[in-house]
Design a binder for this molecule. Structure first.
Ligand code: UGA
Length: 449
């Protein structure tokens, strides 16, 4: 157990990506944690130390926490009874056919948690929610369990770095009742400081604020990141029109540390289960609040992002002598980003599917995401290795920049294909090396040589 931690009993409601990592990380910090997951198979799998998704470093952490005896999983909310703090970590997906977030799971989780909640206990929301949600849930908690309280503590973890981001976050944000006009006896800041004692002791910056600000920090951060990516992709469109080079442009503006080079990688744009749905839910919420004009720029951010996928298909058509019909195309990468098996709103799969619909013969490969692709995109032909994907190919598309693809040897890899043509959808390959090996190299926003 970590020396400076007063162990607490915690529950984590919802053991998907965020919740499972949070639960194991809290046990790592020395607390006694029960993860509550309604999906019985998922709860059993986690309890047996099997991770139902790909996340580097997580399986080791999970097993260590289980072996310590401090972590358990259950499908019965009654097992959350008596915990000092209950973290709500369920998903808030985009509503079907709408921009707004679907709060069904947050509401259901809170309602069933209230049934077992005791006075003096703290409910802590971590899910990404529309601003105003925490205040509404806090009223429900106060009305049903006098003496219990609610805080909002958004999570900023990135897939692929989830363990690192949870145990060593950039900042802690607490939306607390005392600053939100709610009257409660629970000192939420003190409780959260006890939970995160080791992280606080590391000198991690902390912002203690009201509910609305805490909720908005999360959506504002994701909107800013999406805007940064779409900004550089808009510059890529201009580079294509002028013959300039977006990679050099990004390097040059990124040297200004007011701008910074991170999240300025031009290419196929953003996907995944967070950025796309969060900017849409933010726009929808702004509309409900009568402040839609403030976020109209996010519609453009979304449009720029979606245009990159169309542009990639066009570029593939161009290099295939203006026709995709019957062309053999190798797609390297299916996950929405490397080091993840998540294919939600994956730009790579969007492009692969468009190419296939337009008559190309597409073969997709990915080091981790193929089981998910086979489950959800059965119409796509999946193969295990980049070599198999490339056999006889008219063109190779790099759509997710896994390390193993960046490190392919263009010389020997070239022996697989029919024609040495590569489209680098992530500006991630060593262009010179590929060109020296006789490949025609094209990328979004890069000048043709
Ligand atoms: C994102 C945020 O980065 C996290 O801080 C946040 O906690 C998380 O959402 C969430 O809301 O839960 P994540 O979805 O894991 O994390 O992915 P990112 O690393 O942000 O990448 C998002 C997408 O942007 C990927 O498709 C990636 O390929 C793309 N991207 C990223 C670019 O196209 N260019 C870049 O320069 C960077």
């Amino acid at each position: 157990m970590s020396e400076n931690t007063t162990p607490l009993k915690l529950s984590v409601i919802g053991c998907g990506y965020l919740g499972a990592v949070h639960a194991a990380s809290m046990a790592e910090l020395g607390h006694e944690v029960v993860g509550i997951e309604v999906d019985v198979a998922k709860a059993e799998s986690l309890a047996a130390g099997r991770v139902p998704f790909f996340e580097p470093g997580f399986e080791e952490l999970l097993r260590r926490s289980l072996d310590s005896g401090r972590l358990s999983f259950s499908s019965d909310m009654a097992d959350a009874r008596g915990a000092a703090v209950h973290f709500v970590c369920v998903g808030t997906p985009q509503r079907r056919g709408e921009y707004a977030a679907d709060l069904t799971y947050v509401e259901a989780a809170t309602a069933s948690l209230i049934e077992v909640l005791g006075p003096g206990e703290l409910v802590v929301g971590k899910s990404t929610v529309p601003v105003g949600t925490a205040a509404r849930l806090a009223e429900q908690v106060a009305a049903r369990v006098p003496g219990a309280a609610l805080a909002w503590n958004p999570e900023f973890l990135r897939e692929g770095y989830a363990v690192q981001d949870t145990l060593h976050p950039d900042r802690l944000v607490y939306g607390v009742p005392s600053l939100s006009g709610a009257d409660t006896a629970v000192d939420a800041e003190k409780v959260l400081d006890t939970v995160y004692a080791r992280i606080v002791a590391d000198g991690t910056p902390k912002v203690v604020t009201d509910y609305a600000t805490a909720e908005m920090v999360k959506t504002a951060a994701n909107s800013f990141l999406a805007t940064k990516i779409s900004f550089i992709n808009a510059m890529a469109e201009l580079c294509e029109a002028t013959g300039a080079d977006v990679k050099q442009l990004a390097d040059a503006i990124g040297h200004d540390d007011r701008i910074g080079r991170k999240f300025l990688n031009a290419g196929l744009g953003f996907g995944g289960g967070c950025l796309p749905k969060d900017i849409r839910a933010f726009m929808a919420r702004a509309g409900e609040l009568g402040a839609d004009q403030a976020l109209t720029f996010l519609r453009e951010v979304d449009n720029i992002n979606m245009r990159r996928r169309i542009r990639m298909v066009e570029l593939a058509r161009q290099v295939c002598d203006d026709s995709l019909l019957g062309k053999r195309i190798a797609v390297l990468g299916a996950a929405f980003k490397p080091d993840s098996d998540d294919i939600r709103d994956s730009p790579a799969l969007n492009v692969a599917a468009q190419l296939q619909l337009q008559g190309a013969n597409v073969r997709v490969t990915d080091p981790q995401a193929l089981p998910n692709v086979r489950r959800h995109w059965s119409q796509l032909d999946c193969v295990d290795t980049p070599e198999e994907a490339a056999e006889g190919a008219d063109v190779v598309l790099l759509l997710t920049e896994w390390k193993q693809y960046r490190e392919l040897d263009p010389g020997s890899f070239g022996k697989m294909v029919k024609t040495r043509r590569v489209l680098d959808g992530r500006n991630a390959l060593d262009r010179e090396a590929w060109e020296s090996a006789g490949w025609t190299y094209r990328a979004l926003g890069r000048r043709n040589v």
